[in-house]
Design a protein. Structure first.
Length: 147
């Protein structure tokens, strides 16, 4: 009896679907790193250039991304530039906190405005949590910054 070959973990899975709004959604799962970044880039470029070409946005669902290195971040930045040059918007959704942290550190999050809630949403959240109206903590007597 022959032993089965070892099962290697899938490094990257890419798929497309049509969202509720009729736009294309690219789902990315696995590791977006030096070994897979070009594969993801090429796949998403094909979607951007594909049959729904026009002004419709392309959404990239990153909920399945378990790891992202500098090559993965670079691919996302290049994709945003490519989409913009092609007259398309590239939107990211479901970014895991670990990936979002690296995007914030590198300022890549600024390229994707949908990753930032509107200021009024933050204000409403602060009001709901603290019961105080306003956009955040205020300096008062006895606090740092008080005059």
């Amino acid at each position: 009896m022959q032993a089965a070959p070892p099962v290697l973990p899938v490094q990257l899975e890419l798929s497309t679907s049509t969202g509720d709004d009729g736009y294309q959604v690219v789902s990315v799962a696995g590791e977006l790193d030096i070994a897979t970044a070009e594969q993801a880039y090429s796949f998403i470029i094909e979607v951007i250039d594909g049959r729904l070409r026009g002004s419709a946005p392309v959404t990239v669902d990153l909920s399945g991304v378990t790891f992202c290195d500098a090559s993965g971040l670079g691919a996302l930045a290049r994709l945003a530039r490519y989409a913009r040059a092609a007259g398309r918007q590239l939107k990211l959704t479901s970014v895991r906190p670990s990936v979002m942290k690296v995007m914030r550190i590198t300022s890549l999050d600024r390229v994707f405005p949908e990753l930032h809630p509107p200021v009024h949403a933050y204000s409403a959240l602060v009001t709901e949590v603290t019961g105080v109206t306003g956009a955040g903590p205020q300096n008062g007597p006895g606090q740092f910054g008080a005059g």
